[in-house]
Design a protein around this ligand. Structure first.
Ligand SMILES: [Fe+2]
Length: 158
């Protein structure tokens, strides 16, 4: 007798809209991170702080890679990657960085990484068995975000 208690699958359209909405929100956050890290790399370079310029530049490239991987997954699921940042642009991303200290920049990025880590920890259980492929992607991104946070934390140490 067939098991009628099967798990929802990736082909189950029941919650596909929810998954796509969650992934598009994660994508938008990534795009904001690429912009912020790129601006901060330029500022650190201008202040002749090469170690920070290198870290911010590396993180900008990692976040770009994350954005691409999320966008590709949205496509694979039949969705449309949304690059319209909407309300996200009004928070922090548009602020003028001139005059800010390097420590302030580090703290802002560390705070953003911690928010991203908390967000992935919330998302992963939702995808869990519903969509294991996306769950694994989110777990990989979480690992990399934790590495980013550790790198920033190290730079903030006196
Ligand atoms: Fe990050």
């Amino acid at each position: 007798m067939a098991d009628t208690h099967s798990q929802p699958s990736v082909t189950d359209p029941g919650d596909l809209g929810v998954r796509l909405t969650l992934l598009n929100a994660a994508l938008a956050t990534k795009v904001v991170c690429v912009r912020r890290y790129t601006r901060h790399a330029l500022l650190a370079g201008g202040a002749c702080h090469e170690a920070m310029r290198a870290v911010f530049g590396l993180h900008a490239r990692d976040e770009q890679d994350h954005a691409l991987r999320l966008a590709e997954r949205i496509q694979q699921l039949g969705g449309r990657p949304d690059f319209n940042l909407g309300g996200l642009m009004s928070s922090g991303d548009t602020q003028d960085d001139e005059g800010r200290t390097l420590v302030e920049l580090l703290r802002e990025n560390l705070e953003a990484e911690r928010i991203a880590i908390a967000s992935y920890r919330d998302l992963i259980p939702y995808f869990a068995d519903r969509d294991p492929t996306t769950r694994r992607l989110l777990e990989e991104l979480l690992d990399e975000e934790e590495a980013h946070a550790n790198a920033l934390h190290t730079l903030l140490k006196p």
